[in-house]
Design a protein around this ligand. Structure first.
Ligand SMILES: [Ca+2]
Length: 269
């Protein structure tokens, strides 16, 4: 979700698009025994289950234009077995847009070797920036990016048909101690069709996938802040609007909905 690495991601995208075809991607099928440890199918009505999800509130990062509301059904609700994060053009708390950002911090952390699968349909249009991502639960002690950040899916409206997977971390060397690496994949029907977005972290390796394709794999950076790559992480799901990467906003796109059918988390043995 942090944005001073766009150049790195763009160059990664160019490299990928010039060399890869669909059948070049490794299979996302897990080679480990999977045990379901946590899930939300989003059955029921109204706000998401408060035992599983908390909220970010207000203006949080990246100079984004939206106000994230807390437990406000206009921006976040369950309906028909789906969770909907709805982004609106409206005046609210000194903002011109509202949206939601929910997370499992303090409620559920994912440890050791795990796999997360999230079936979702993305919002679209100039200025929109939905994300599915994880950060170390040690963020409260060591801050970002020492906590490590695993971005499972980011999409920005100004580059259609493109999904980004990126990791961010901290190293002691260099002027900018924030390091990042990622890749992209071209995919159609992101907004009309559900896709499964996921990550599998096992040992010193983490893989990011969409449906049956792994499009980014990385091993733990040896100089990353101590142990954060392997540490417990929590999950975040949000739609940002504008900001450093979302860019210029087209007011005609609203309302927009980020529709999430399920989150399923597995322990890998
Ligand atoms: Ca569901």
């Amino acid at each position: 979700m942090k944005t001073n690495t766009i150049l790195a991601m763009v160059s990664g995208a160019l490299l990928l698009s010039s060399t890869a075809t669909a059948q070049d991607y490794p299979s996302s099928k897990s080679t480990s025994k999977k045990t379901l440890i946590w899930r939300d199918e989003f059955n029921g009505k109204g706000l998401p289950d408060p035992a599983k999800w908390g909220y970010e509130e207000g203006f949080i990062r990246n100079r984004e234009s939206q106000y994230y509301t807390r437990a406000r059904q206009e921006n976040c609700f369950r309906k028909g077995g789906k969770l909907i994060i709805r982004s609106l053009k409206e005046n609210y708390q000194n903002a011109s847009y509202t949206s939601a950002s929910i997370n499992t911090l303090g409620k559920q952390q994912f440890e050791g070797d795990f796999r997360i699968e999230i079936r979702a349909k993305l919002p679209q249009g100039q200025g929109i920036w939905p994300a599915l991502w994880m950060m170390g639960t040690n963020i409260q002690q060591v801050g970002w990016p020492k906590c490590f950040e695993f971005d499972i899916m980011e999409f920005v409206g100004h580059t259609p048909n493109t999904v980004h997977g990126t990791f961010h971390w901290w190293e002691p060397e260099g002027k900018d101690k924030h390091k990042s690496k990622g890749s992209t994949i071209k995919e159609s029907d992101l907004h009309n069709k559900f896709h499964v977005y996921g990550i599998e972290r096992k040992g010193d390796t983490a893989k990011v996938f969409i449906d049956d394709k792994v499009y980014f794999t990385m091993t733990a950076p040896p100089n990353a802040y101590q142990g954060s790559f392997r540490g417990p992480v929590y999950l975040l799901m949000n739609t940002a609007i504008g900001g450093e990467w979302g860019g210029k906003i087209d007011d005609a796109i609203f309302p927009q909905e980020f529709v999430i059918d399920y989150v399923r988390a597995y322990r890998l043995d």
